[in-house]
Design a protein around this ligand. Structure first.
Ligand code: SD4
Length: 291
């Protein structure tokens, strides 16, 4: 069993897990921890796949997807959100201050403005330049590991053993305008069941949605699988489909159970999990299917 509190996140995001752990250690809830942890990456302009500085869609618009889920099974999400950096915080407000689970596009933005969120242009010079270079050929191919730092999904357990999770992304670079991925879809990009555990996904969202990946991982843990076994089986559902073209895309899962055990698995090499537990904040390379 793992000791509590603990935080895990997708990819190499030690600053984000450090922030979340700081929240937990000062007595904050796992919900505050995952929100504040994700916010670190949303504000980081160098991260080209979340929040400010995220790579845009084909038309040059940065559109964000995010969601959050708490120990009661409450959840909130925003899809196709423009001009508001802290999508995860807007998702939390949707959860706490509305009777709904998801808000999209202009409605989500108007709601965020009504809650006092700052409106700003999220396309940085660096992301604009990358998009302009891409436009020359306009080839759309999901890139396997864009960088060692991508969509951030985070799961935390506080000292009371209560689990929360969050996920925030600018989605796939150069996606079609209007495209929404797995990250804001409860059960696909993220699922939390405080009795059992939690899971969050990264990679090609379409493939995660088709297998309702995060819900699947939690249900497999409910049936007695360890977080590691559950992540492996969920990746198996994707790669073992007849005609699966898994060689061309990446998907990764990280999971935690109620006992504080963790797991991670991906289709291809170079997916990693950042884990903060027992005073150690470290990047752990994930095991993978395609060897
Ligand atoms: C999406 N799952 O929009 C996200 C992208 C991602 O690493 O996770 N990239 O499909």
């Amino acid at each position: 069993n793992g000791s509590l509190p603990l935080v895990i996140a997708t990819w190499h995001v030690e600053n984000a897990t450090a922030k979340a752990m700081e929240v937990l250690q000062s007595g904050g809830s796992s919900l505050d921890a995952v929100e504040q942890g994700c916010m670190v990456e949303e504000a980081n302009e160098k991260g080209q796949s979340v929040g400010k500085g995220g790579l845009p869609d084909r038309d040059g618009n940065v559109t964000l997807d995010a969601c959050i889920m708490d120990k009661y099974g409450n959840c909130g999400s925003v899809v196709f959100l423009k001009d508001i950096k802290h999508a995860v915080s807007v998702a939390r407000k949707v959860m706490e201050d509305t009777p709904h689970v998801m808000l999209a596009g202009d409605g989500a933005k108007q709601f965020a403005i009504s809650k006092g969120f700052e409106v700003e242009n999220l396309l940085t010079e660096a992301s604009k330049k990358a998009w302009e270079e891409w436009k020359v050929k306009s080839e759309y191919k999901p890139i396997i590991n864009i960088e060692n730092h991508d969509t951030i999904g985070m799961l935390a357990i506080d000292k009371n053993g209560d689990i929360s999770g969050a996920c925030t992304t600018s989605g796939l670079a150069y996606k079609m305008a209007g495209r929404v991925g797995d990250s804001p879809i409860i059960g696909s990009g993220l699922f939390v069941d405080n009795e059992i555990g939690a899971c969050v996904a990264t990679g090609l969202g379409e493939e995660v949605v088709k297998t309702v990946g995060s819900f699947l991982v939690v249900e497999l843990m409910r049936q007695g699988k360890s977080p590691q076994q559950a992540c492996e089986e969920a990746i198996g559902r994707i790669v073992n489909k007849p005609n699966s073209n898994y060689k061309d895309f990446q998907v990764g899962y990280i999971a935690v159970n109620k006992q504080g055990e963790t797991g991670s698995y991906s289709i291809h090499q170079w997916f990693s999990m950042t884990k903060f537990q027992d005073g150690k904040n470290e990047q752990i390379q994930s095991d993978f299917y395609n060897k």
